[in-house]
Design a protein around this ligand. Sequence first.
Ligand SMILES: [Zn+2]
Length: 467
Amino acid sequence: MFDPQTKYDIHFDSILIKDFHDYKEEYVVRPPYQRKSVWNKKKKQDLLDSMFRRFYIPRIVIRLVRVGNEKTLKEVIDGQQRINTAQEFFANELKLPKSLKNLHEELPGKTYSELSVEHRKFVDRNIKYNADIVKGIDNPRHPEHQRVASEIFWRLQQGESLNYMEKAHARLSSLSRNFIVKYADDITFDYEEYKPIDENPYKHRFFSIINRKNDRMQHLALMTRFLILEENGGVADLKDSNVMEYIDKYLDEKGIGNDSFENNTYAKSVISTISTLAEIFKNDPMLDDEEENENGEIRELNREYFIISVYLLLRHLKKYYVLSDKEKVFFREFVLDFHMRWREKHEDDRDIIVFQASRQQSINEIETRHRIIRQVFFEYAKENDIEILTKDDRRSFNESERILIYRRDNGLCQECLKEEKPEKECRVPWSDYDADHVVPHSKGGVTNVDNAQLLCRCHNQKKSNKV
Ligand SMILES: [Zn+2]
């Protein structure tokens, strides 16, 4: 007999809609693999209309999730909005629609507590949702159980197709996914309590300066693309399929609820670059102009391909050039000026025409844009008499330089000398000695004997804390 093995069992049940309100704590209305969706008032009232008329309402799907030896929760795989509507109705946050007038004239405009005794009895004791209860995939830390649950969810969402990022977002056991969700999503999920949280204190402030919506997870997709760029040392293919592959590459058996990816070098580089971007734009007057844009974002940072090129330019500058406050102010001016040229697109502005034409996410077009924006940046710096200094790549002094510096400074800490300590106390043994950059390396100070001095451990530490 042909009889493929099932991955889970299904039991039929019907649940009084009042239970969703009375035992609210038992229901996990938004599982971690789902995005938050909100019905408008009309849709909610249409559902209340159907309930009172006892029309057919599609079955909801609930998965039992075991959170302890004697406790399970009811995770709503399908039916988030139907349950929210019931909960809001019993909490007196929703009024019955006018359309119910021909069923009973006292119904329209009433909240639950304003209903007559008969009507309340009817709602309390008769209105139910039919439910399919899924059993046998109840371990919330088990990647396969979570994968099957999200698979059931997708198959029920066929009408409303999910995009690549929404699918990648459901890969709960991917370490890169967890990092991206932590810093780029608006909501979060508490695995200890196994409950959804409708805010995210970790969301990076960079996302509040860009002029991009996140309703279809655009912020998460952008964050993933930054990671791919870092991991490829700069330019890379950033197509939708590359984003999916990047999430799948970090699937891990112990991945669910695991935050360890933020220790990854590339993850740290992304955070560092977007933090600098946020800092560069933080005083932009555009951010306060609430009349023009209610969320207060930088209007220029609206296209993903433009943001990616700005990211790559800043990443490049951070790596090879000195970036102090002066250069940061200049960077901001450059981005605004470049954006204006890009918007105006004069037909004889060849660089901009090519930049504009290369807006796809393939490595070749990203490389072309990166080359153009870099070139235009340095031309703009020259026109404005701004000298962008290269960092000396070499950060530490070599052995012979260390010896020269030690001899030249007579083995004495130059700061201790300035403090006029007796020579005995200024003496630094060879084993305790650090050669110090007079002009710090991070500010463009070169690594040579002329820019070096002998410091004791104590003074070296004090200085690096200041920088
Ligand atoms: Zn000293």
